[in-house]
Write a protein that binds this ligand. Structure first.
Ligand code: BDR
Ligand code: CA
Length: 284
């Protein structure tokens, strides 16, 4: 039976790839998208979620509007969150639910449901504080000794450090950190074979990486990092990522630090297998 999957997301170009991966994978049944501010503001991320579902032929999937906050990555993802190309996806007002995210989780989680959280953790922390228990929670976020917002803080944790603390301390998550996801490079060759509507979203992101090539991305100028798709791949095929337990916490700026909380951290994968899985599922 297909695994029920809810994605908490801030689309976002790599979120778009992750959502498409899930929508095109028969191993999972997409139960809903819950939206959060992050790469851009909530109005954009919610509208992008609806447009992506329309493009993927999945307007049956509910979209639940979650927490608002300041958008922080329009330099990477464009002002509209999708590289200035959101308008190339079908406009859609379908699927929007009036209820709040915690209620949606309360009504829809079953013992088999997997939640993949690929944006700031505001919705997830609110649900945990509201008494929700996630049977399996996979979180893209954090970096062990590295960051992409500050030297040690990764974007999703940096955007709401208090929420990240709640999730690490009581959410029992599997963390999929930057150390792993920054190796997930959709290069020119990869992008040439994916659904052209998706690859068309990547221009701003590729330009951003090219501009920052001296610091970080010399060999990646022509690609994007599809962080969020790595976490969703683990939701689709459990065991894709090799994990190990660490003792961690989150500091006030959102950096993963040593601590007393046991956290499962994804450390490695079979890269050729994962990249060909993604290429096949996302092909145009
Ligand atoms: C994370 O931050 C966002 O910009 C991406 O969508 C991803 O979820 C990577 O640090
Ligand atoms: Ca994201």
């Amino acid at each position: 039976m297909a695994i029920p999957l809810i994605i908490d997301t801030d689309p976002g170009v790599d979120d778009a790839f992750a959502i498409a991966l899930a929508a095109r994978s028969p191993e999972v049944k997409l139960v809903g998208l819950t939206t959060v501010f992050g790469n851009v503001g909530l109005e954009h991320t919610t509208r992008n979620a609806q447009r992506l579902l329309a493009h993927l032929g999945r307007t049956d999937v509910p979209v639940v509007k979650g927490a608002e906050g300041p958008g922080g990555a329009s330099d990477v993802h464009g002002e509209d969150g999708l590289g200035g190309q959101a308008h190339t996806l079908p406009e859609s007002d379908k699927g929007l639910h009036g209820e709040d995210v915690t209620k949606f989780f309360a009504d829809n989680l079953t013992p088999d449901t997997v939640v993949a959280a690929i944006g700031p953790l505001t919705n997830i922390a609110a649900a945990l504080d509201g008494g929700i228990t996630f049977p399996r929670l996979i979180v893209m976020g954090g970096g062990l000794g590295i960051g992409n917002m500050t030297l040690r803080a990764e974007f999703n944790f940096w955007a709401d450090p208090e929420a990240a603390q709640v999730v690490i301390r009581k959410g029992n998550p599997i963390i999929v950190p930057l150390n792993l996801t920054q190796r997930c490079i959709a290069d020119t060759e990869f992008l040439a074979n994916v659904d052209p509507v998706l690859s068309n979203l990547t221009g701003t992101y590729r330009e951003y990486l090219a501009r920052h090539s001296e610091q970080n991305f010399s060999e990646r100028e022509e690609g994007i990092l599809v962080h969020d798709a790595v976490a969703v791949a683990e939701a689709i095929v459990p065991g894709t990522l090799k994990t190990r337990t660490h003792l961690l916490d989150i500091d006030d700026e959102g950096a993963l630090v040593e601590g007393k909380y046991q956290v499962e951290v994804a450390e490695d994968t079979d890269w050729p297998a994962l990249m060909s899985f993604m290429a096949q599922r996302l092909s145009g």
